[in-house]
Design a protein around this ligand. Structure first.
Ligand code: ADP
Ligand code: ADP
Ligand code: ZN
Length: 214
């Protein structure tokens, strides 16, 4: 099964993608996580991506597409995957579709986690990230058992630089302009499914399970 998660920054794509990956035993692929791992390791790719990410802008399509296509060509993706944060532009979606079509394959579902802008800034302010293992917490809605420490790997949790309120507002603007058109793109393809992302995490997941089937 090949799934795409759509939604504004902070809508809960990552939270749900991790659960889908676990239930269906497919890899969770987050382009944001790949970029952050590269920044942490000081690679050339990381240096390039950081310039855009810190400003709340998208990393250029060419670079992003290459990374994603390399990733989905790996053996663990044979039975499908859940993409979190890709595609974020129409050209990214078109390249993905074209590459899949070459293999007589296609995306099965695009799940839109729908959350209004008003809820986003609050959610992002409370998000805490583990840059070592990619786990995500929320000070109010998904607190770690020990404040500021990752449950999974004991590393220190951080408020991501791009989760500061000013950058979040910028990212929301970028989302509406460049990413939201994908909702229409996948609606036309007949594979868009929307879920109400303002429900609590468990309820959002149950809505998704209903769509994907047990
Ligand atoms: P969030 O989960 O809050 O939406 P991500 O971790 O997905 O954030 O992305 C963080 C940043 O990484 C984005 O603001 C953007 O700069 C960059 N990025 C991630 N995925 C893509 C993509 N598909 N295209 C371009 N830039 C991307
Ligand atoms: P995205 O990947 O779309 O940027 P995340 O999954 O990282 O979003 O979620 C953003 C923040 O909101 C995180 O701190 C997460 O713990 C929290 N969160 C996710 N889903 C919900 C929800 N349904 N209700 C409340 N908080 C949520
Ligand atoms: Zn961790």
């Amino acid at each position: 099964m090949k799934i795409i998660m759509l939604g504004a920054p902070g809508a809960g794509k990552g939270t749900q993608a991790k659960r889908i990956a676990e239930k269906w035993q497919i890899p969770h692929i987050s382009t944001g996580d790949i970029f952050r791992a590269n920044i942490k390791n000081g690679t050339e790719l990381g240096k390039e991506a950081k310039q855009y990410m810190d400003q709340g802008l998208l990393v250029p399509d060419e670079l992003t597409v290459k990374i994603l296509l390399d990733r989905v060509a790996q053996k663990d993706c044979e039975n499908g995957y859940v993409l979190d944060g890709f595609p974020r532009t129409i050209p990214q979606a078109e390249v993905l579709d074209k590459e899949l079509a070459k293999l007589e394959d296609a995306i099965d579902f695009a799940i839109n986690v729908d959350v209004p802008d008003e809820n986003i800034v609050n959610r992002m302010g409370g998000r805490r990230a583990c840059l070592s293992c990619g786990a995500t917490y929320h000070v109010q809605f998904a607190a770690p058992s020990k404040e500021g420490i990752c449950d999974k790997c004991q590393s220190e949790l951080v408020l991501r630089e791009d989760d500061q309120p000013e950058t979040v507002k910028k990212r929301l603007g970028v989302y509406h302009e460049q990413t939201q058109p994908l909702i229409e793109y996948y609606t036309k393809k007949g594979i868009l499914k929307s879920v109400d992302g303002t429900q609590d995490m468990e309820e959002v997941f149950l809505s998704i399970v209903k769509i994907l089937g047990e």
